[in-house]
Write a protein that binds this ligand. Structure first.
Ligand SMILES: N[C@@H](CCC(=O)N[C@@H](CS)C(=O)NCC(=O)O)C(=O)O
Length: 209
């Protein structure tokens, strides 16, 4: 029987990053098991046959298989600081839906053009900017976080994907007139929490946080 929640995770996966950030922010003690995507552990597949990370297995056997559900669970009953409450607004949920839907689709076409036939990465890069980064820039130009003056779970849910988008061509990204996003992203990447979230784990070993 598990003593604490067990998170199956993959260090560079943005869905897993948002789950780790939420668990750390909510101060939930958990064990993390770094998987190898090509050799997913049988225990994980038994708990969650769909085979994506993150997956959180609770000590009572409950399995949470979607990153946003893990975030919601992390803050449930521990949201004195309002991280989930500030995220749970129509405009923030709409931004998360844009991120997880059209933006992620364009990001994959931009980042992995070789996986798709006849794609022009620049077209998908520009579509990614117009579908998420323009509305996000407008929001962040008005207030420093999606939670207003304080950060919230929507910031945690979205910045790992913007990080991945930037990483395709950092020079191009940094030269765009997306100043509020650039500042917001740098703030997250330089934060202590992100450092802890990106701590390298030996694959297959579970470590406790
Ligand atoms: N909707 C899922 C998506 C998770 C997802 O797609 N994770 C990727 C890694 S970034 C994955 O595990 N892919 C399985 C694979 O590549 O075999 C969530 O929000 O948790």
């Amino acid at each position: 029987m598990l003593k604490r929640p067990l998170l199956y995770t993959y260090r560079r996966c943005p869905y897993a990053m948002r789950a780790r950030m939420a668990l750390l922010q909510a101060s939930v003690g958990f064990a993390a098991y770094e998987i190898v995507l090509r050799e997913k552990p049988l225990e994980m597949l038994k708990a969650s046959p769909k085979g994506t990370v993150p997956v959180l297995v609770l000590p009572d056997g409950l399995v949470i298989e979607e990153s946003l559900d893990i975030m919601r669970w992390a803050f449930q009953g521990r949201d004195q600081e309002g991280w989930w409450q500030r995220a749970d607004t129509q405009s923030n949920l709409a931004l998360i839906a844009l991120n997880d839907g059209p933006f992620k689709q364009q990001l994959d076409l931009y980042k992995y053009p070789e996986r798709f036939e006849k794609t022009d990465p620049a077209i998908h890069r520009d579509q990614a900017v117009s579908c998420l980064l323009h509305p996000l820039e407008q929001r962040l130009a008005m207030e420093p976080y999606l939670g207003g003056n304080e950060p919230c779970a929507a910031d945690l849910a979205i910045f790992p994907f913007v990080r991945q988008f930037r990483a395709v061509d950092p020079g191009w990204f940094d030269a765009q007139p997306l100043h509020a996003i650039q500042q917001w992203l740098q703030g997250w990447l330089q934060g202590e929490q992100f450092n802890a979230c990106m701590k390298k784990l030996p694959s297959g070993l579970s470590l406790e946080f």
